[in-house]
Design a protein around this ligand. Structure first.
Ligand SMILES: Cc1cc2nc3c(=O)[nH]c(=O)nc-3n(C[C@H](O)[C@H](O)[C@H](O)COP(=O)(O)OP(=O)(O)OC[C@H]3O[C@@H](n4cnc5c(N)ncnc54)[C@H](O)[C@@H]3O)c2cc1C
Length: 297
């Protein structure tokens, strides 16, 4: 197929190009989703605009307040290996490291994983649990959107056709907290998730009282799904094994899984129950370890 190929070097140049071509243009990041669709002919843009030469999209930094900024064009491999960002983004590094193979992660970007808006995207549940904000730039300027509000359906986002996702801002995790991402796929990480679960717990200083819980499910609804009933049930309780089992049961009830070539809806629901429990148990262990470190430090 034929299309015009453009190489802007600044964000401003890029937004002007998007403003000019509108929905006839497609942005190219790592191309691991886009090129597949171009080859299959399911997308036929008039113009493809690469983001590969825009320096402003390549940021990876930790601010003094502990928050972290990650540019949309950071590859998943770079994110996965960014241990200098501190423990607070372990969850996001783990999500990035759960995508397919090293070969794919070397080119696929963190921004592309969100913008493709697959319900099974591995980095998204962790980003939402961590309270990430999507940083957007368009012809009318910049805006910030909680990532939770970014997804409208499979392949659909709240971005306007003139907007670029420039990156994410992730707040510092609260004290006494721990988080975890679990991916379940039939053929391991090279395969798309049947279920992805990110969970975080904020504990009281006694390391048992749950002040706040967050659970986000991937691949079991048209968009990443906050399991709000399970979160509410956990908050204000003292942690124990049965409690996590009950929360996992509620999360499974809340999921809106469908049957497809990877799994039936009922199997997916059952896997939500199993993997939510694992994710909560691991988040709890991480939070108690964080508590110990604070007391010793
Ligand atoms: C073999 C294979 C295995 C895979 N396995 C997994 C897996 O296990 N888990 C998983 O989550 N994903 C998987 N994927 C999907 C894919 O690798 C990810 O979704 C990837 O992160 C997309 O990033 P990209 O940079 O390649 O995006 P691209 O393909 O370049 O772009 C994807 C879409 O987002 C838009 N876009 C990209 N960046 C921006 C931006 N900054 N602003 C606005 N729009 C933008 C593009 O226009 C396009 O519509 C797999 C893909 C392949 C080919």
């Amino acid at each position: 197929m034929r299309f015009e190929y453009l190489e802007p070097t600044t964000l401003q140049e890029c937004t002007e190009m998007l403003g000019q071509y509108g929905p006839e243009a497609r942005l190219l990041a790592g191309g691991t989703d886009l090129v597949v669709k171009l080859r299959a002919g399911t997308l036929r843009p008039r113009v493809v605009i690469t983001l590969g030469f825009i320096k402003e999209l390549r940021i990876l930094k930790r601010n003094n307040d502990g928050s972290v900024e990650i540019g949309a064009m950071q590859t998943l491999r770079e994110v996965e290996r960014a241990d200098r960002l501190g423990d607070g983004v372990d969850l996001i590094r783990r999500g990035a490291g759960s995508v397919s193979s090293i070969q794919v992660r070397n080119v696929a970007t963190l921004g592309g994983n969100s913008c493709n808006a697959s319900p099974a995207a591995d980095t998204v549940p962790g980003l939402i649990v961590a309270g990430a904000q999507a940083l957007l730039t368009g012809k009318e300027g910049k805006r910030i959107l909680p990532l939770e509000q970014f997804f409208l359906g499979p392949g659909q986002t709240a971005m306007r056709s003139d907007e670029i996702l420039t990156g994410f801002k992730i707040p510092a995790p609260p004290p006494h907290s721990g988080a975890c991402y679990k991916k379940f796929a039939i053929r391991g990480e090279v395969d798309l998730a049947i279920v992805g679960v990110a969970a975080s717990l904020v504990l009281g200083s006694d390391a048992r009282y749950i002040k706040e819980a967050r659970i986000v499910l991937g691949a079991v609804a048209p968009t990443p799904l906050r399991s709000r009933k399970a979160e509410e049930m956990l908050s204000g309780q003292y942690a124990k094994k049965d409690l996590f089992m009950e929360a996992a049961r509620i999360a499974a009830e809340e999921s809106r899984a469908i049957s497809d070539q990877r799994a039936s809806a009922s199997y997916r629901k059952e896997m939500v129950r199993v993997w939510t429990r694992y994710a909560l148990e691991e988040a709890f262990q991480a939070a108690t370890a964080a508590n110990r470190d604070m007391k010793n430090g």
